[in-house]
Design a protein around this ligand. Structure first.
Ligand SMILES: [Cu+2]
Length: 160
């Protein structure tokens, strides 16, 4: 009986794990957060952002802020008159709702020119074709994970 229960729990965990990991939350800049002196281009380059993921801009409240801008505003470090991201709390969360290129800057005088600018490309929620061998392996592992979960779920049902 105890064995059956643990199998069912294992199956549930195995089935849910890929779903849980599908939406990512990214703290912009990692441990550095959102501040001067961080190369956000370098931070973003090895990450794959998809619709549904979340960006979190972490900074000391009052020291910085975050504006979503256009590509032209990004290039010229122009702060828009409206604040499209809501309040500046130092823990500003942005859900990536649509695919495409997104630009964010700090609106404090001189900070965008000083490097506080982030450009990312957001992909559609559907899994993109894996370009590298490592990614292919990972996606196969995920499929295997689901399959394993299903097998255990079926086995558990039969055994009960
Ligand atoms: Cu700033």
């Amino acid at each position: 009986m105890a064995l059956h229960r643990s199998l069912v729990i294992f199956a549930i965990v195995a089935l849910m794990a890929p779903a849980i990991s599908s939406a990512m939350e990214y703290v912009v800049g990692g441990d550095d957060g959102w501040k001067l002196g961080v190369k956000y281009e370098d931070w973003a380059k090895d990450k794959q952002f998809v619709v549904g993921d979340t960006l979190v801009f972490k900074y000391k409240g009052g020291a910085h802020n975050v504006y979503k801008v256009t590509g032209d505003e990004f290039k010229s470090c122009t702060v828009p008159s409206n604040n499209s991201l809501g309040s500046f709390t130092g823990n500003d969360t942005i859900r990536l709702a649509t695919a495409g290129t997104k630009w964010y800057i700090c609106g404090v005088q001189g900070h965008c020119d000083g490097g506080m600018k982030l450009k990312i490309t957001v992909l559609d929620g559907a899994p993109a074709p894996a370009p590298s061998a490592a990614s292919t392996l990972f996606s196969k592992a995920t499929n295997f994970h689901v399959l394993l979960g299903m097998i255990f779920a079926i086995a558990a049902v039969i055994m009960v």
